[in-house]
Design a protein around this ligand. Structure first.
Ligand code: SER
Length: 376
């Protein structure tokens, strides 16, 4: 199955079960939203999870482009991405969580051909505020799927306040040999799908109140699912990333981890710049700036003559995205040069303290992390 087949199979499955396809929202939430980027499929649906009637009904399905900066430090491993697509399904006060788990398992097994022995699930074991999710535990047991209870790992919220609830996560065995251990004890169990019982709302005071309706919100990372179905070791070896890894590995000689980071960050930058966000020192622009500068830091560590200008149109198009990338490259290059000049002065020999870092930042525009990198 290529990526398009996977998307079609997912959407068809839910449409056959009465779900309306809603178009994905912009990666950039409206200004009234405190969040910089859409981080999950449920995010734009928040008012409907809180009870506002959705114009397309109570059963919905879609593919939503997401961006998560919370996972930035994990980029470079086999499964995390900054920008990714999320396959999502919702019951807005319609069917219950057990039905969602049953359909989820049916789709994985019959639609995607995933064998039962490669599946393990986790459910919420309860904490001081909310009791254990026995309904999900019973459902999985009836389905004959091994299940583990956890506390903190099986609670989902999109922020400190707002809709939240216990979740049940589905893991896939990615190891070479037969499955071993459990999701919390062996990282070769990789989470592929999260079914959230979105039934509570956390208030400013930390308390929990029932939502006006009991919902189900599910989300499954498309690239990760595809890597599993295509028997690939990582998301970077799937058809989604084929052009990126092929072109970049020919262009620049990089170790495997660096290549993954460069692929992820460049692709994410191209997507975000394409949405009209330019590198800057605040907000969304700062996210793009960090992504591009991290790429350049990796590239120049190996060879300072490397340039984003070497990227072919196949990856960055021929329009303004390339111009934005090159402008940022120029700016970062000049900053590094200035930094080297300043840091070669005698007063900056030895270990620098907070005061020196502040001075370098305020007077020369040199961020601390850059200075640390230059000193290294
Ligand atoms: N909101 C959940 C998640 O993002 C399920 O969609 O994982």
């Amino acid at each position: 199955m290529n990526t398009d087949d996977v998307v079609r199979t997912f959407l068809d499955f839910y449409r056959e079960r009465g779900h309306e396809l809603i178009t994905g929202s912009s990666l950039l939430p409206p200004p009234s939203d405190p969040v910089l980027f859409t981080t999950s499929g449920m995010h734009p649906l928040t008012p409907y999870l809180q009870g506002r009637p959705h114009p397309q009904g109570r059963r919905l399905v879609n593919v939503q482009r997401c961006l998560r900066t919370t996972d930035l430090d994990e980029i470079g491993d086999l499964t995390h991405l900054t920008v990714f697509d999320m396959l999502g399904s919702w019951s807005l006060g319609d069917y219950g969580h057990p039905q969602s788990l049953r359909w989820g398992y049916e789709l994985l097994r019959d639609g995607f051909g995933i064998p039962r022995e490669k599946v393990y699930v986790t459910v919420f074991g309860g904490d001081e505020q909310v009791g254990p999710d026995l309904e999900s535990l019973d459902t999985w047991r009836e389905l004959g799927v091994p299940v583990e209870s956890t506390r903190d790992e099986n609670w989902w919220s999109n922020g400190p306040v707002g809709p939240c609830g216990p979740d049940s996560e589905i893991f896939y065995w990615t190891g070479d040999g037969p499955p071993e251990g459990r999701p919390t004890t062996d990282s070769r169990w990789v989470e592929i799908w999260n079914h959230v019982h979105m039934r509570l709302e956390r208030g400013e005071d930390g308390g929990l109140d029932p939502l006006r309706q009991v919902n189900v919100d599910t989300g499954m990372g498309l690239e990760r699912l595809v890597s599993v179905l295509q028997w690939r070791r990582s998301v970077f070896e799937t058809d989604v990333f084929e052009p990126w890894t092929r072109v970049l590995s020919t262009l620049w000689e990089l170790d495997e981890r660096s290549l993954r980071i460069v692929c992820d960050h460049l692709r994410s930058s191209v997507v975000v710049i394409g949405e009209g966000v330019w590198p800057s020192n605040t907000g969304r622009g700062y996210v793009v700036r960090r992504l591009i500068r991290r790429v350049l830091t990796i590239l120049w560590r190996g060879d300072e003559s490397r340039s984003l200008g070497d990227l072919p149109g196949e990856l960055v198009g021929s329009g303004s995205v390339r111009g934005v990338l090159l402008e940022e490259e120029g700016r970062f290059g000049r900053l590094l040069e200035r930094g080297r000049g300043v840091l070669s002065r005698p007063e900056f020999r030895g270990v620098l303290g907070d005061e020196e870092y502040r001075y370098l930042h305020d007077t020369y525009g040199l961020p601390r992390e850059l200075v640390v990198g230059l000193l290294r």
